[in-house]
Every structure is written in C-alpha cells, then in structure tokens.
Design a protein around this ligand. Structure first.
Ligand code: NDP
Length: 312
C-alpha cells in the first residue's frame, strides 16, 4: 500500500465500458489516485484499451496483474459471472476491492466474497453509484429529518433505453447475469435502502426496463406528512430535481453541491483503502441489493410472491 504522500494505484479487472466512460476519469480526477493497470481475458483488447485510456500496464493474466507490488486497489467491472473468482483472487493477494454490481449471480457467492474481505480485514465496496448522488443524499436527509413523517410507500421509475453499444451480454447471455433485474433492480433496491434505511411495512414499486426511450426517471417516497418527488435522478449524472409536497404546499428542494457520482465513490474508497473511512456502499449493501433482485427474478419466473432471502 502507498504511503500517505503517494497516489493510490488502481488496477482494473475487466476492460469494460463502465471503466472507460466513468471510473477511469473518476479515479484519475482524484488528487490521491491514478489508474495503474488493466487486465482483460483478451490480450489485444487489454493492449488497445490501455493505450486508448492512457493506462501504463496491460495484462492478460490475473495472477501476473495481482502480483504487481505497485498495485494498491482493485476495481472489478468484468461480466457478472466472473466477479466472484476475481474478487477472491484479489483478496488472497491482499488488495482492497471495489466490485461492480451485481456482486455475483447468487447470494452464496456474494456472501463468500464479502466474508473473505472481512476475514482479511480488507475494504470491500459495491459500486452502487446512485447513493452517491447529491439528490439521493438529500432525500435520505429529508426522510431522516421527518420531512414526510412516516414513510409508507415508494415508487421508482428506472425504465431506460439500453444504448446500442451495451446491447450485448446483458440481452443474450444468461450465464453472465443478463437481464434488467440484475442490472437495474439492484440499483433501485440499494437506493431505496439508502434513502429509507431498514424500515418494514413500506410498499415499494419499481418500473425497470431497457426499452423505454422517451421518458425521465424518478424516485418517489410517500409518507404520512408529505411526499418527496424526485425526477431525472436514476441516472449516472449528478442532475435531477426534488419536490416536497405537503397538501397543496409545493416546495422545490435544493439538492446541494454537485459532485460526479463516480468521483464520490472513488473518493470514499480511497479513504477506506487508507484506513480512514468506508466505501460509499459496502459489500453488505451489495448482498442486500442482490437479494432483492434475485427475489424479483424468482417471482417473475414463478408468478408468485417471493420472500427476499436476506438476513443481516
Ligand atoms: P462491457 O460489456 O463493456 O465489458 C464487460 C467485459 O466484456 C469486459 O470486461 C471485457 O472482458 C469484455 N469486452 C468488452 N469489450 C470487449 C472487446 N472489444 N474485446 C474483447 N472483450 C471485450 O461491460 P459493462 O461496462 O457494460 O459492465 C461491466 C460491469 O459493470 C457489469 O458488472 C455491470 O453490471 C457493471 N456496470 C455498472 C454500472 C454502474 O453504474 N455501477 C454501469 C454499467 C455497468 P475482460 O473482462 O476479459 O476484459
């Protein structure tokens, strides 16, 4: 691990779109971290990706990548079926791990990853970016302050259009965890939990889709004393509006200072890796959101109500 003065050197497992579009800029934007290396299963892809994204080292072998003494932090953004094995190998190599969602394809694997990191006393985070948004942090604060009284119900609109460049394994490879539920419902579940905390007796409704091109996203929480209506907030950008309604009284809420969601996540993970903070979303948060998504998948398959298999 670097000393306090040195930049934390991140290594990427998976030469992915999300790393190129969001995480590499976020890591390099921090004063105390830099992207150091990448490993991909395809040697040519590793090399061209490293060149395109100005990454000093490209690997095709995970062991060689992890054996690099200059590597401080691992970020995993491969396809979902690979997360478990790559996370366990990284933990064995004593690297803090920030892993993409869904953590794994089943709860046993996700728990194994999170337990391994805990046993090794290594930081482990889940890249649930939405809770890093100024809007969602404001919603959480307002709920905690009692702005809407006791929360009763929530509605999440997260129906989007999957960009053509991402219309690959997500649509046609069940073995990689394809489908909107493992991709998007996990985010809804995490954001809901973040905003409301662990509260029972709340009816939550999600609309998740890859095929809706023409509408905005939204997140609503309805309570005994008021409703919070947030629009354009289920997104990767630090945008969106929040309205507080109490009877006929309508108040626009300022979400506060804008910060890139992924930069927020990296900033918090850097602090955790230095032993001075916690990931924005923990491994346990990733297990919890996966449990909700898997219950939704089961319910869709069987057409029956399904209990979420999560116990803290
Ligand atoms: P991509 O489809 O871009 O990449 C996934 C893997 O596909 C890469 O790791 C790479 O394999 C392989 N790959 C991609 N392009 C090529 C190529 N040109 N040649 C050869 N192999 C290629 O995945 P995403 O970035 O869309 O998603 C990755 C992970 O990140 C998933 O777990 C997803 O759920 C998560 N995600 C999270 C988001 C968030 O906001 N938190 C948003 C989007 C995705 P290899 O591993 O061998 O390099």
């Amino acid at each position: 691990m670097s000393t306090k003065q040195q930049k934390l050197r991140w290594g990427l497992i998976g030469a992915s779109d999300i790393a190129a579009t969001r995480m590499i800029p976020a890591i390099n934007a921090q004063p105390d971290s830099t992207v150091h290396s990448v490993v991909s299963g395809n040697a040519d892809h590793a090399k061209s990706y490293a060149t395109k994204n100005s990454i000093p080292k490209a690997h095709e072998n995970l062991e060689t990548f992890l054996a690099d003494p200059d590597l401080d932090i691992v970020y995993i953004s491969s396809t979902n079926e690979k997360h478990r094995e790559q996370a366990l190998a990284s933990i064995r190599a004593r690297k803090p791990v920030l892993c993409e969602k869904p953590l794994a394809l089943n709860l046993t694997d996700a728990r194994e990853m999170v337990s391994a990191a805990a046993q090794a006393s290594l930081p482990f985070g889940t890249n649930h970016h939405l809770r890093c948004a100024p809007t969602h942090r404001t919603l959480r604060r307002l709920v905690q302050e009692g702005a809407i009284g006791q929360p009763l119900a929530a509605r999440v609109f997260h129906a989007v259009y999957l960009p053509p460049r991402l219309q690959g394994w997500r649509l046609d490879n069940p073995a990689a965890g394809a489908g909107v539920t493992l991709d998007i419902t996990v985010h809804d579940a995490d954001t809901l939990h973040f905003a409301l905390g662990v509260k029972g007796n709340i009816l939550a409704q999600f609309h998740d889709s890859f095929t809706v091109r023409h509408t905005s996203t939204g997140f609503e929480i309805h309570g005994t004393e008021g409703s919070l209506l947030a629009t354009d907030v289920m997104t990767q950008e630090p945008v969106g509006r929040i309205i507080l309604r109490r009877g006929t009284e309508v108040t626009e809420i300022d979400p506060g200072p804008v910060e890139n969601l992924y930069a927020f996540a990296v900033r918090h993970f850097n602090a955790a890796a230095r032993g001075d903070g916690h990931p924005a979303a923990t491994g346990e948060d990733g297990i919890r959101s996966l449990a909700v998504a898997l219950a939704a998948v089961e319910s869709i398959k069987t057409g029956k109500r399904t209990k979420v298999q999560y116990e803290a």
